[in-house]
Design a protein around this ligand. Structure first.
Ligand SMILES: O=C(O)CCC(=O)C(=O)O
Length: 288
């Protein structure tokens, strides 16, 4: 396993996050961004009854080969292996895009609150900057050590400006303890599923583009009412846990689009549990 940055593992264990790990060169980052923007230019209408923003916002790796390939990036997996061990699956690949001047934010939350995985330590998000994700551009902020506690009470706000599906927010977070995690293009942060995190508006002049890849181990059990799927990306995955997928056959292949709908239905059932309003699985119009 490659050591990306001395001490990244101890920082992660201590704080529940670590930022500034270089994974893509300037040219590689520009090429990935270009491929995403070509998709936006050529396929904004999406396929199978979903627009592209839907696929970008959740489970894009099921129907877009580029996103499945990015989830298999060796350097990213090396870093994730340090945290999760040798057997790894990608559960979701998502893009968090904030246009310049956009008023969209992300409230304080813990990722695994509504994912049906309990309070597991065996999940981590690799979040990779595909543009300059500075403080001005609305980078993520984290509360160090918050992953050591349990899942906190979240309140649904259903705020239209919030990029989270339920606008869920933890009340009373002491923001004076928050640490910003700015990232240069091609850098990655890793955060624990119980680490409190949030992000503000994009006051920069460029788009703020983040690729979030959620990884789990085969040991994670889904306690959800809906079924759940994940894509093995490294090591061995014994039968009997996750429903495994192998990645898209081609862009928007009809068989993968049908699978996308099944996965979304299962996850939506889990995510909506206990909500008083219907819960969208993405925020329309954020990713052009
Ligand atoms: O992109 C953001 O600002 C928030 C992303 C986030 O909450 C996550 O990846 O878990």
């Amino acid at each position: 396993m490659l050591d990306l940055a001395p001490g990244y593992l101890s920082d992660y264990r201590q704080n529940g996050f670590v930022a500034g790990l270089p994974v893509f060169s300037k040219d590689e980052t520009a090429s990935i961004r270009e491929q995403i923007e070509v998709l936006e230019a050529d396929h904004a209408e999406g396929a199978g009854g979903h627009d592209l923003a839907q696929f970008f916002r959740v489970n894009g790796h099921v129907v877009i080969p580029l996103l499945a390939e990015l989830a298999r990036t060796p350097l990213v997996l090396d870093a994730v292996e340090g945290i999760l061990g040798p057997d790894i699956l990608a559960w979701s690949v998502e893009l968090f895009i904030k246009e310049p001047g956009s008023t969209k934010t992300v409230s304080w939350h813990q990722d695994i609150t509504y994912w049906g995985m309990g309070e597991t330590d065996d999940e981590v998000t690799a979040w990779i900057a595909l543009s300059d994700v500075s403080v001005e551009a609305g980078c993520m902020r984290f509360i160090p050590g918050s992953h050591k506690g349990s899942i906190a009470r979240h309140e649904d706000t259903f705020d239209a400006e919030n990029l989270l599906s339920r606008g869920q927010a933890i009340a009373g977070v002491d923001e004076t303890k928050a640490v910003a995690g700015p990232l240069r293009p091609g850098e990655m942060s890793l955060h624990h599923g119980r680490c409190f995190h949030a992000s503000g508006v994009n006051n920069g002049s460029d788009r703020r583009i983040g690729l979030a890849i959620r990884y789990v181990t085969p040991a994670v059990r889904d306690h959800a009412p809906g079924r759940d799927w994940a894509m093995p990306v490294r090591g061995e995955v014994p039968a009997g846990g996750w429903d495994c997928i192998s990645g898209p056959r081609a862009l928007f292949h009809p068989t993968d689009l049908a699978l996308y709908d099944r996965i979304l239905a299962g996850q939506a059932a889990t995510l909506s549990e206990g909500a008083e309003q219907s819960v969208g699985m993405y925020v329309k119009g954020e990713a052009k």
